[in-house]
Design a protein around this ligand. Structure first.
Ligand SMILES: C[S@@+](CC[C@H](N)C(=O)[O-])C[C@H]1O[C@@H](n2cnc3c(N)ncnc32)[C@H](O)[C@@H]1O
Length: 400
């Protein structure tokens, strides 16, 4: 027992040094955003050093209670009904305001108070920055609860039915199974109501913010080569959606103009992007190609694929990457922008991997990415890590 206590003391000491280092980084100018995951991971390890098996089960139970309390407060409009920051309200008054039995509301209010989502002092509640944020942008929490929880709960039944192997089929996904629609594609399941679609779009927008566009990769070499040659296309954004990445790329790269960029996506997505007539995309060429079936525009200097490969199994990625390789010239570069799982991966990266599993995709380590690119005849030139170390711009070239 004494040695176990010594062991915990050692672990806390090591973690204390790590936290000190992280606090120094913050004092020396690193942004909180770039250090957040590492700080949260370090504090989680302090908990892990002390927790036993009973705590794990209790923690699971606590997370369920917190999740359903957040979801019900959103549903009842109780976050938005709290008075502005600095003022408080009694639980009875809040219950009257949102039309919920006070004896019921109080149970969830206590959970959210204990979890520090808002402040609770006796029977009075007031906002914290966390509850204010849930009041302002509830859709991501709604998306996780309504869309991601059913597949998670259905996982044991799914693996019983289809065997305990990594899902790869995009139609027969765990996601669709969990929503009682086996064999229906994920977009079709989500598209079944405007509310579900709006929650999905908002959640994707918020997730998008955790991905870099280009930094720290410097694309100015491509703009320089383009200046000296008559290369018509400099950058092709493969699966580029609405073109928002291209806007950031052009903004960040001196000498690169929109006229020398191509947005490639499914024909209906490209048509929708064109219809917007976004001034910032003026000059951009739009090309509708299914990247699983055909290759993008030939001979561009740079092919760019952001936040896409993790939607697919390894096999499917190899097929998509082969199509890109076919279009590449000997001096072309492919830039893959993805979350990359470290070793050991953070808890949030592993959680994201479970989320992608339900969509028949996966998050990858750099080794995984090296493997799928090699199988497609490409080689990783360099991984350019974004601040925070959880995502990278992986520069690839044709393997000769
Ligand atoms: C998760 S979004 C990423 C969008 C964009 N790259 C970004 O970083 O925000 C995936 C994109 O891939 C596109 N996509 C999906 N399947 C495709 C296919 N078979 N062919 C071409 N594009 C496809 C989608 O329409 C969507 O725009």
């Amino acid at each position: 027992m004494a040695s176990q206590t010594q062991d915990i003391a050692n672990q806390i000491e090591t973690l204390g040094s790590r936290l000190m280092l992280l606090s120094h980084r913050l004092r020396n100018g690193s942004s909180l955003e770039s250090q957040r995951t590492e700080i949260l991971d370090a504090t989680a390890q302090v908990n892990a050093a002390l927790e036993g098996p009973v705590d794990d089960v209790r923690e699971m139970f606590n997370h369920f209670a917190k999740a359903v309390s957040i979801r019900l407060f959103i549903k009842w409009g109780a976050f938005t009904a709290l008075p502005p920051i600095g003022q408080d309200i009694s639980i009875d008054d809040l219950a009257r305001k949102v039309g919920v039995d006070s004896g019921l509301l109080v149970r969830y209010a206590y959970v959210l108070g204990a979890a520090k989502i808002f402040n609770r002092c006796g029977d009075r509640l007031s906002h914290t920055p966390r509850s204010l944020s849930l009041a302002a942008t509830p859709r991501m929490a709604q998306f996780f609860f309504d869309e991601m929880l059913p597949p998670i709960l259905a996982s044991p039944a799914y693996f019983d039915k289809y065997g305990p192997k990594a899902p790869t089929c995009r139609k027969n996904s765990l996601f669709s199974f969990g929503h009682g629609k086996p064999g229906v594609s994920v977009p079709q399941v989500i598209n079944s109501s405007p509310e579900r679609m709006a929650n999905y779009v908002e959640a994707m927008k918020m997730m998008d913010r955790t991905y870099p566009f280009l930094a720290p990769y410097d694309l100015s070499w491509a703009a320089d080569v383009a200046k000296e040659t008559d290369r018509a296309v400099v950058v092709v954004d493969v699966g580029g959606g609405s073109g928002h990445s291209l806007k950031e790329i052009v903004k960040a790269t001196r000498g690169l103009s929109m006229e020398r960029c191509v947005l490639q996506d499914l024909p209906k997505i490209v048509e929708a992007a064109k219809r917007v007539k976004d001034q910032d995309l003026e000059g951009l060429k739009f090309v509708g190609v299914d990247f699983t079936a055909g290759r993008p525009v030939d001979g561009a200097l740079v092919y760019y694929m952001r936040r896409m490969l993790h939607d697919y199994s390894d096999e499917a990625c190899v097929g998509i990457l082969r199509n890109v390789r076919e279009a590449m010239a000997p001096d072309s570069r492919l830039l893959v922008v993805e979350q990359v799982m470290g070793e050991p991966p953070s808890l949030s990266a592993t959680a994201s991997n479970i989320f992608m599993t339900s969509l028949s995709g996966k998050e990858r380590t750099l080794e995984n990415i090296r493997d799928i690119t090699a199988r497609a005849g490409l080689g990783v030139v360099k991984a350019h890590w974004a601040a925070g170390g959880e995502a990278a711009i992986i520069e690839c070239a044709k393997a000769m």
